[in-house]
Design a protein around this ligand. Structure first.
Ligand code: BEZ
Length: 256
């Protein structure tokens, strides 16, 4: 798996939209008192905290140790563990597995889905949201165009995300044994606050794509992306990112 460096404090302060927009996914999960719930890719733990507040017993896992340390500091009463989702080894233990804005970072999709299936009790549910087909297409396009214009190589292998279609992901879930109750793709234009909103987003998330560039070259790319996207995606006080979400509910051993 490609190593992605996260900055937990930037994530918390400038990008808390990731968990804010995820809140309604907790409603979809509908956690019950004393249910055992695994939050895969829990980040700094805000949604794990919300799930635990409903009386569920939560374990939050994340690939990033920085994220887990931040989560543990914020919510010492919840159990968190640094863990690669491709190496989860629970068997028949969880009533539900939850994941928000994390699966699209994972390269070994079938292994992750298989591990989640194994972690669930019979009848358990997998409730998740991730970037789907078309997610941030304008930002990715602007990065490519900017690098082309500046004569910097765009290296496909450095693209760190996986944004599947409904059909593609449903097939993966079914191949692992899940019964898919619902799966859908929807647009969710996402504000990036302030004049520097796009630049902050790029600083946080384009690390992999721009890894071969110097700090000065990266600044040139950020400026070019701003120039290209400003006419369509800047609204005077905030930028709008073209997020597309894939959301699904799937069951182990049939829908209850
Ligand atoms: C997302 O949540 O869709 C996302 C966040 C950061 C980078 C790429 C995608």
């Amino acid at each position: 798996m490609m190593k992605t460096k996260w900055n937990a404090s930037l994530s918390d302060h400038k990008h808390d939209f990731v968990s804010k927009f995820g809140e309604s996914l907790v409603e979809v999960l509908a956690p019950q008192e004393n249910e055992k719930i695994l939050d895969v890719g829990c980040g700094t733990g805000d949604l794990a905290h919300e799930i635990a507040a409903r009386g569920a017993i939560v374990l939050g896992t994340d690939f990033s140790q920085d994220m887990i340390l931040a989560a543990q500091q914020k919510y010492p009463e919840i159990e968190f563990k640094t863990q690669d989702a491709a190496a989860l080894d629970f068997t028949d233990q969880y009533d539900a597995v939850f994941s928000n804005a994390a699966l699209h970072w994972m390269k070994q999709q079938d292994t992750v889905i298989h591990n989640i299936y194994n972690a669930l009790k019979s009848g358990g549910r997998f409730v998740a949201e991730m970037g789907g087909q078309g997610n941030i297409a304008s930002i990715v396009g602007a990065l490519q165009q900017s690098m082309f214009a500046l004569n910097f190589p765009y290296i496909e292998d450095y693209f760190p995300w996986y944004f599947p279609s409904v059909e593609e992901y449903q097939t993966r879930l079914e191949n692992a044994g899940f019964t898919v109750e619902r799966i859908y793709l929807f647009e969710r234009p996402t504000p990036l606050q302030g004049e520097d909103g796009l630049r902050n987003w790029l600083k946080m998330f384009s690390h992999n794509i721009l890894q071969h560039l110097s700090a000065v070259e990266k600044e040139q790319v950020y400026a070019k992306c701003e120039e290209l996207l400003k006419p369509t995606y800047y609204r005077g006080d905030e930028w709008i990112a073209d997020y597309c979400r894939l959301r699904f509910v799937a069951y182990k051993d049939g829908v209850k």
